[in-house]
Design a protein around this ligand. Sequence first.
Ligand code: C5P
Length: 222
Amino acid sequence: MSGLVVAMDGPSGSGKSSASRGVARALGLRYLDTGAMYRAVTWWMLQRGVDLADAATIAARAGEPALTVGTDPDSPGIAVDGADVSGPIRGSEVTGAVSAVSAVPEVRRRLVDLQREIIAAALPSGGIVVEGRDIGTVVAPDAPVKVYLTASAEARAVRRTAELAGTTVEAQRAAMARRDALDSTRTIDPLAKAADAVELDTTPLDLDEVIAEVLRLVKERT
Ligand code: C5P
């Protein structure tokens, strides 16, 4: 049995993480948060004092951090060099820096290889739901189910503000617009909807409705 891959792409705040974890739980699949991997490498670079404008050094050191990536949808977790960084990678410093690090080709090559290994390892036990920006286009172009989640800028900013302490909808809207612009205009593997992905606007939907719609697609396509 080859196992199922569900590719979930979309911009920040589109509801990818909650929906992906919910779908993985419902189907008894593994779950991979590729954004957490880019965040973990970014955290490592910041810890080492690497200048974010220095793409050559980021490229040269891209292979140094050793990542351990959890795939349990209930508690995925991620460690760098053996230390759990699940909390620190969500901080504003990493969030503000991650687009610069994820635009470096050597970083992407290394993480895409690792993502494909994790996906291959999950197939014998049934499969995996993978969320990111380039899953349907680059990481798993043969995935039988590809979803591209969107939501209005307002809805995305409101959701993100509810998740974070000490911020405002306006600040989040500006921060997300900046990150999405960087992620979708970089030259290598930009945020993009795969030609065969189904676009799902989550603005009017609650989480259960988004999960139900993805489960319906899985049923239809498998
Ligand atoms: O999904 P999340 O917001 O945690 O992703 C953080 C960042 O990681 C994105 O803004 C993007 O720069 C990068 N990323 C990426 N490719 C992916 C997943 C995330 O470039 N597949």
